[in-house]
Ligand binder design. Sequence first.
Ligand SMILES: Cc1cc2nc3c(=O)[nH]c(=O)nc-3n(C[C@H](O)[C@H](O)[C@H](O)COP(=O)(O)O)c2cc1C
Length: 354
Amino acid sequence: MARVSDPLTINKTLLKNRMTMAPTVKFDYAGEDGKVTDKHIEHYRKRAEGGLGLICVEATAVTPGGRFAKNHLGLWEEAQVEGHRAISGVCHENGVPVIIQLNHTGIISNPACGPAIGPSAVPTRNPEILSKEMSIAEIHEMQEQFVAAAVRAKKAGYDGVQLHGCHGYLINQFAAKKTNLRSDEYGGSTVNRARFGSEIISEIRKSCGSDFLISVRTTGIEPDIATAIEIAEEYVKAGCDYLQVSTGIEWEDPTVDENNEHYNRFCSLGVRFHEHFKGRVPVSCVNGINDAAQVKYLIENELVDTVDLARAVLADPAFCSAVLEDKTYNKCFGCPRCQYGPAMPHKCPAGGGI
Ligand SMILES: Cc1cc2nc3c(=O)[nH]c(=O)nc-3n(C[C@H](O)[C@H](O)[C@H](O)COP(=O)(O)O)c2cc1C
């Protein structure tokens, strides 16, 4: 039987247990320059002290136009590297490897940050305005921005990167039929739709070396699990070491809805991916895992390799130590205050400071 305390090596990175911190953006910790602040460092230091096996730093923009909002963390220029070195430093001081999630918002870009661009001209945040379809040259330029950000991440001391390939952002927009209407090599077949992400992965591998951990937070739908797995297969072929499964844009697979297995339907996507990739690529699941019994159930039954925790470790930075030592912790209330927008509270009512 697997145990939550079992170590796991992904590529060359050793995780001391099976609990990982999911990326959770902290609006207004960064200023308009996108630089890391003392608040970020303190936030990640507390989580690193709290027993996690791996931390994934929040969604970080690869260009200023790809930010969620003007107060969103970035890694689009050299001047931002130093601050990130401080985050990787506090994680490593506590024996916790750390990767960073790289993102561009694409067709749902915030107009205050940049134009809505993407694989095709489709409705944006304002459904009356269509996004601009990226030319092949623009696609290549964008891929280079992801790779350049990964190179900076390596310079900043991160053990690897996570590409944000889910939740409807740019890499997911290319992978999804609904937002990718192209008929060239970046659209049409599943392989073509996965190409935008796959080429980024292979270029990161070339630029950052064989030891650099590359994770993709990939969509578990699009529009069904079988297609999502084909997309992930392309990422793995390109060099992805670790699949962290969440949700995406279009959900047409009725089988997912039939029962509420493994706590909820999002979590079950990771479980299904794990069944498929078992023994080849480690897989995590996420969503609503906020008590010790759930963590143990998923790991001890070998339903996934790692569990990805967002609100549980926002509510209590020491959640993972508590799980390992059978101690009490502040449990996430699942309250509606913990949202994805600028109104997100920096003080969690369950007790944890965000
Ligand atoms: C405050 C907050 C910020 C988030 N920011 C990100 C992010 O930067 N990138 C991402 O992929 N998901 C983000 N998410 C989604 C979480 O990583 C996670 O998938 C979701 O909260 C479900 O997991 P949980 O039940 O453990 O919270 C965020 C969620 C919350 C609550």
